[in-house]
Design a protein around this ligand. Structure first.
Ligand code: ADP
Ligand code: MG
Length: 320
């Protein structure tokens, strides 16, 4: 199958056709008209076979995951996702694989109102890259640089399940039945917190999504906001599956520094507590206060458990 027919068959008509799209797939570049008073938020993510997923991964799950990961970046900025470009590098033009990948992409792009407006297709070791674009009201983005001393630190839903899912798949941890299913699903199909991100505009002082682990990612807020953060590990929200893992002898390391959760971590002034409780109630998602922003000589995250410093394992980082 030629590259041209692959694009025709598998890459066209993915997601809704937005009014601001002046030109979609087919020309040398796509064209978007950014509405007055709005800004464009842009973010890219790559997933490489053998690094981010197993080579024999189910293509439908892969499509779901890469979209979710990109959408999560929009959520973390408080942006409304609108467009994406897709760079596909595939070892062979396997139409079954491409069909399953494309169907899942369509389903999820439609669900999240994301229009694929272009991309590139080449042959090579399996590699997927998406550049996503979204709209933000001018000057309102949720940046990492806005945390202030005295702010509360929150995390959405719960953390640790994705890393626990990976440990279970690797045979490093054991969970059965519904618990096993729920942690594997947290790993394979994270839920981007889009409505939450948009609801936090004007409320959160700093925000990011947790891709590399709660503590490591909060470290980015510390660096960019020039503050420190104290976390009480006893307050970290955990799922029933994670509690079962603890009961079986597990510890808090995966919840504190395991990656791939794609929950939002954010800071907000303590006089926003009622407002944040209202947002949590309206959206039906728990928003848990896990610590506070302080100032110390070192701009870093400290974790304590029952008043004693908690020693974290060093978290996974590429190129380290
Ligand atoms: P060019 O030679 O200019 O790179 P291509 O033949 O690669 O053009 O692509 C033709 C059109 O198809 C372009 O509009 C491009 O954005 C789009 N396209 C190519 N690959 C993909 C893909 N994987 N997903 C979505 N659109 C794609
Ligand atoms: Mg091209």
């Amino acid at each position: 199958m030629a590259e041209f027919s692959i694009i025709e068959e598998f890459c066209h008509g993915i997601g809704p056709d937005h009014a601001e799209t002046k030109l979609g797939i087919g020309d040398d570049a796509a064209i978007i008209a950014v509405p007055a008073g709005m800004e464009l938020a842009i973010s890219a993510d790559t997933m490489v076979s053998g690094v981010h997923f197993f080579a024999d991964v189910n293509p439908a799950k892969l499509a779901h995951k890469i979209l979710a990961v990109n959408l999560s970046d929009m959520a973390a900025m408080g942006a409304e996702p609108k467009w994406a470009t897709l760079v596909l590098t595939i070892p062979e033009f396997d139409t079954d694989w491409l069909g399953a990948f494309s169907d899942s992409l369509k389903l999820n792009a439609t669900r999240f109102k994301l229009q694929i407006i272009g991309g590139d297709t080449t042959q090579g070791p399996l590699n997927l890259s998406i550049t996503i674009m979204g709209l933000l009201p001018q000057g309102q983005a949720l940046c990492r640089s806005g945390a202030m001393r005295g702010d509360d630190v929150y995390v959405s839903h719960n953390v640790g399940d994705a890393a626990l899912g990976l440990a279970v798949l690797r045979g490093e941890a054991r969970l059965d039945g519904v618990f096993r299913d729920s942690v594997v699903s947290a790993l394979e199909a994270p839920e981007p917190r889009l409505t939450l991100g948009q609801s936090l505009l004007g409320v959160a002082s700093a925000c990011l999504d947790i891709s590399d682990g709660l503590i490591g990612d909060l470290g980015h807020i510390c660096q960019q906001s020039r503050v420190s953060i104290d976390i009480d590990a006893g307050l970290i929200p955990l799922s029933d599956a994670y509690l079962q893992y603890l009961a079986n002898g597990g510890n808090l390391d995966l919840a504190l520094s395991g990656g791939d959760d794609y929950e939002l971590a954010f800071t907000a002034s303590s006089n926003r507590r009622d407002e944040i409780a209202r947002i949590a109630e309206q959206l039906g998602i728990s928003l848990t206060r896990v610590g506070s922003v302080v100032t110390k000589r070192q701009e870093a995250v400290s974790v304590s458990l029952e008043g004693v410093e908690y020693q974290l394992p060093t978290s996974f980082e590429h190129f380290s």
